[in-house]
Design a protein around this ligand. Structure first.
Ligand SMILES: Nc1nc2c(c(=O)[nH]1)N(C=O)[C@@H](CNc1ccc(C(=O)N[C@@H](CCC(=O)O)C(=O)O)cc1)CN2
Ligand SMILES: Nc1ncnc2c1ncn2[C@@H]1O[C@H](COP(=O)(O)OP(=O)(O)OP(=O)(O)O)[C@@H](O)[C@H]1O
Length: 203
């Protein structure tokens, strides 16, 4: 999808968020199911996993590409899956905690379920093999626009500066979340990979 816009950067970002969130929320139940299944096929086709792999994902919200089936497959194959928790002290960055079938869950301030904090189940960023991020919109250059909280950008800011190669960061999105070019901000962390139900983008 491509959008022509003008105005201040913040106004443009707000408009793109609104348009693309609306587009993904308009997908029908069967389109969402097909996308979820296609994501699983593409995931196992493109993503080379060590055994066991340490993989951060997210629980879908607001029409995001559904990760439920993928998470279940990964757990069934004995990989270690982690979900984001909004940091209990700073409230602005994310921690990644192990998620298993019986993990106690709690709703965060956005009503998204996250594992109930257990410090011994937190995985430091550098121990993750892959980190899959949600996003609202992405562009042809690998730029990413999120929900507007800055959580992933803040969490990944230091990682990005060091040039670390692990975890590999991959955005997940529906194809309809692509725009030609996003107005970017200084703190935006561009992505090297985005996986959609139809393809893997790599920059
Ligand atoms: N599935 C999922 N989990 C995630 C994220 C995400 O984007 N998707 N996040 C990515 O960072 C973090 C949560 N960030 C979020 C930021 C804003 C909203 C949201 O719904 N905002 C409302 C306004 C809420 C309010 O009134 O405060 C909105 O914009 O409508 C949701 C999640 C961590 N977990
Ligand atoms: N590395 C950073 N350091 C300080 N502030 C930041 C950083 N990254 C983002 N922010 C702040 O967070 C706010 C939201 O950022 P932005 O709109 O880019 O979030 P987003 O990418 O949509 O959200 P998310 O990363 O949670 O998916 C910005 O107003 C910015 O001030």
């Amino acid at each position: 999808m491509s959008t022509i816009i003008s105005g201040t950067i913040q106004e443009e970002r707000a408009l793109i968020r609104k348009t693309v969130r609306n587009a993904r929320n308009t997908l029908s139940k069967s389109e969402q199911k097909d996308a979820e299944a296609a994501l699983c096929i593409n995931f196992f086709h493109y993503i080379k996993l060590p055994k066991p792999a340490h993989i951060a994902l997210y629980l879908s919200n607001d029409g995001e590409l559904d990760t439920n089936q993928l998470i279940q497959y990964l757990i069934d194959k004995n990989h270690h899956v982690y979900l984001p928790i909004i940091h209990p002290f700073d409230g602005t960055t994310l921690l990644f905690q192990r998620y298993e079938k019986n993990s106690p869950m709690i709703a965060n301030r956005y009503a998204i379920l996250e594992p109930k904090l257990n410090c011994s189940h937190i995985c430091p960023l550098y121990s993750l093999d892959y980190l899959f991020t949600p996003l609202v919109a992405f562009d042809e250059f690998g730029n990413r626009l999120g929900m507007g909280g800055g959580y992933y950008d803040k969490t990944l800011a230091n990682y990005h500066k060091t040039g670390a190669t692990k975890p590999v960061i991959v955005g997940l999105a529906h194809d309809c979340q692509k725009v030609h070019q996003l107005p970017i901000a200084a703190w935006d962390v561009p992505l090297k990979h985005i996986l959609t139900p139809s393809k893997l983008y790599t920059w």
